[in-house]
Design a binder for this molecule. Structure first.
Ligand code: NI
Ligand code: MN
Length: 226
């Protein structure tokens, strides 16, 4: 599985038989827009964790251009379905077998209004299990005991966790989250985009290292293969 960091909480996952885009916020991200070609992204599916602008900004144009299926909570799926886009609605705890593997929509503690203030359902994260690898994409969330449910069902190869603090958990709580989900390999996201969430990279990496874990921080546009 090739995972490319598109800045903020945006990810591009290249799986053996599908390409997934997660929470696309690129055209409005000063740090990303010169490093990522939005028109070059060709996802089969677009996964959306919640309705905040910094997670949905580019969903509509990309879905329109590519015909990708938007996978999200029921309310967000309804929102895009009403615009004539292809969607797959889910809700917390539910799993679905997609052609590329199983997806479960899991709990997150956050909020989820659309930019106009309308209801965007409840926020979540995704566990994606393919025949090769299993990853957890936490979405925007606080540290929550619910994370302990994840290793009851899955053995994770990678946990993708927000580390920017202020709007989500920060580095210290993300270390505990990695413990809760029983995963030593962490990709950090949701940091540095805005003033509120700037972090000290060296200190963050060191904090994970001291806990016996590895924090990967990717430059925008670069990738890891797991
Ligand atoms: Ni948010
Ligand atoms: Mn966010």
């Amino acid at each position: 599985m090739k995972i490319t960091f598109l800045g903020h909480a945006s990810l591009y996952l290249e799986l053996p038989n599908a390409t997934l885009l997660v929470d696309p916020f690129i055209s409005g991200n000063e740090k990303a827009k010169n490093h990522v070609d939005v028109d070059g992204l060709n996802p089969d599916f677009i996964l959306v964790t919640h309705a905040h602008q910094d997670h949905i900004l580019d969903v509509e144009p990309i879905a329109k251009r590519t015909g990708a299926t938007i996978v999200s909570n029921f309310e967000i799926a309804e929102h895009y379905s009403a615009k004539g886009l292809k969607t797959h609605p889910m809700n917390h705890g539910g799993r679905w077998e997609f052609p590329f593997g199983t997806v479960q929509y899991v709990n997150a503690i956050h909020t989820s209004s659309f930019p106009d203030g309308s209801y965007g359902g409840q926020p979540g994260g995704f566990v994606i299990k393919t025949t090769e690898k299993t990853i957890y994409i936490a979405g925007d969330t606080a540290l929550t005991m619910d994370m302990k449910l994840i290793p009851m069902h899955y053995t994770l190869d990678l946990a993708i966790l927000p580390i920017g603090d202020n709007f989500t958990m920060g580095v210290n709580d993300a270390v505990i989250a990695a413990d809760f989900v029983n995963c030593e390999e962490v990709l950090g996201y949701h940091y540095d985009t805005f003033g509120y969430i700037e972090i000290d990279h060296k200190k963050a990496v060191e904090t994970f290292k001291n806990a016996g874990k590895t924090l990967h921080l990717l430059d925008i546009g670069s990738h890891i293969v797991i």
